[in-house]
Each structure stands twice: as structure tokens, then as C-alpha cells.
Ligand binder design. Sequence first.
Ligand code: AMP
Length: 338
Amino acid sequence: MAVFKLDNVEDLYEIGSVLGSGHFGQVREVRERATDVLWAGKFLKLKKGAGSRLGLERKSVEKEVEILQSLQHQNIMALKDVFESRAEVVLIVELIKGGELFDFIAEKENLTETEAIEFMKQILEGVRYMHQKTVAHFDLKPENIMLSDKHAPNPDIKIIDFGMAHRFIQGEEYKSLGGTPQYIGECLSGLSPFQGETDEETLRNIVAMKYEFEPHCFSQTSNMAKDFIQKLLVKDQSERMTAEECLIHPWIKPLNRTQIAKRNRSSINMKNFKKFNARRKWKMSFNMVSACNRFCRLQLLCKARGPEQQELRDCESDQEDTGTKPASLLRRRLSSSS
Ligand code: AMP
């Protein structure tokens, strides 16, 4: 079992404001007391016992940490340190100040394919690097693609959240529930080529790999971009382009002046992109409210049961933690266990 630092994270870092929330805790800005340097702290709640419904298995946190420790790349969020208490593990990671790439793009009035490709190239470089290290992310989606600094002339892409990532061992078969393939087409046209009338239909289309580039949405999209998408939307993995192959596809790396000119003439459908991004944000908020409601129902359920049940005891200890700030929680846990 990996052992993380047992120091009180608050002795070394001042805990600041909330930057975002994940499934199992919050991400906060933190200031290293010794150097005044700002970092991000990812506070992950641990399961209290085998019957506990809330929190993460320690094994999963170890897996995320082991993967992050093995990845050092300009386009991948860097891990600095890991602290643990009985209730939480805190990952000290590089602070990424530029927000989500999609929010940055949605603020623009126009974007050529050439400009979009600069971002795509960096994403592919990060992915190629992790694949070379036999790591698959399994949750690459707009929320997990951030920018180092949106005011910089050429901001760096940073891939975050390795909570679902997996390191492959040769010959191993692994099934993940992650992945969101429709995003690839949506980036360029603002519409998924799989789009159905309902979510169910969209999902059926994805499973059947049934898609079309609707002319009114993809009219500004170059044929090279469509070819690039087509070569990724392939069910059989051995037939699909690898990140390495993507990087030498003519859309990313044009072979001649004509291809360069075509890329410059083609642009992203910003009207649809803005609509898509707004819808995505709305869905994220909706999911957050649904998760809160589910959590409240779970709390009520736990209160309704007798205190004698082990499961309830686990659940109550989880409830107690969720209403508490991670930093003060860590302090309390450490002082009560010492
Ligand atoms: P995660 O649980 O890793 O998906 O993080 C949840 C949210 O916290 C993300 O969607 C980001 O908004 C934010 N976040 C995560 N990591 C960082 C970071 N290193 N710097 C700034 N914000 C972050």
C-alpha cells in the first residue's frame, strides 16, 4: 500500500478558495507557506468502511496518484505532493488558471480551423505521451481540458482529472464505463454528428456508429477536418487512428500549401459552438443539482434507519464530513487521532 505524507496539509499550505468540484471532493487554491507559490489542492474523500456508500476506495486514489506520478508532460497537469489523513487524501497539483478551453473558445467571435488545430495538437501530444506510457485517460471531455493561462499569447493546454485513468499491462483486457465520443464532432460544428431527436436516439447512433455531417452545420468545415473525424469515429480500435497517426494527419500537419490555405479558409461554426457550450454548462448544473438531491435523499434514508446498523454508522460519518471544510476536517481528524 502506498504511503502518502502524514503531515497536516494546513501546516505547509494555506487553503484558499474553491476552484471546482469533482465527484468525491473539491479542488481549492492553496498557497505553499514556505515559498508563497500557488498550487491547487484536490481534496478526495475516502470511504469509511466496506459498507460506506460515499467516498473513494483508497485503492482508486492510489491508482490516480501512481498514474499522475508517472506522467510529466507540458500538456498534463503535474502532481507535486500527496497528503493523507484518515478521512481524506489531498493531491497538491499544478494550479491551472486559464479555465476550461471550451469557455475560452466560446467567448470568441470567430475561430479558424488553423487556430483550433493549435489546441487540438497540444491535446494530441498529451494523449500520445500518456499512451506511450501505456496510460489511457478514459474521461477526456471538455471539462477536463483546461488552459494554463488564457491571457498568454499561446496558452498551454492542460489535461486534468485522471480519476478514471488506467495503466495497461500487456495482454490485459479492460472495460471502462468512461468516454464521450460525440464531443469530437461537436468541437468543430457545435453539433454532434450522432445527434438524434432524443438522448436515447443519440446514444443508439453512437453505439451503431451511425452519423452524418449535416450540411447546414458542417458547411464551414473543411473536408480534411471531416476526414480526420471519420478516421476517429471507427468502432474497431485497431482500425482507428492512434494519437501518433492523428498528429501526422494532413488536417493537423498539412502536406502542401493548398492544404494550409484550406485550413485557413475554414472556420468553426461559432454560433453552434456557443449554443453547444451553453447547453453543456446547463447539463452540468442540472447533473450537480440531481446529485445534491440524491445525496439529500440518501441522508434522509440513513436517518430513517436505526443507529445500530453498521451501514448507517458509515453513512453518518460520511455525512458529518460533507458539511465540513476539507482543511478544518483534516485538522480535526489529525487532532482526534493523535
Ligand atoms: P476534478 O475532480 O479533477 O475533475 O476537478 C474538478 C474541477 O476542479 C475541474 O472541473 C476544474 O474546474 C477544477 N480543477 C481541477 N484541477 C484543477 C487545477 N489543477 N487547477 C485549477 N482548477 C482545477
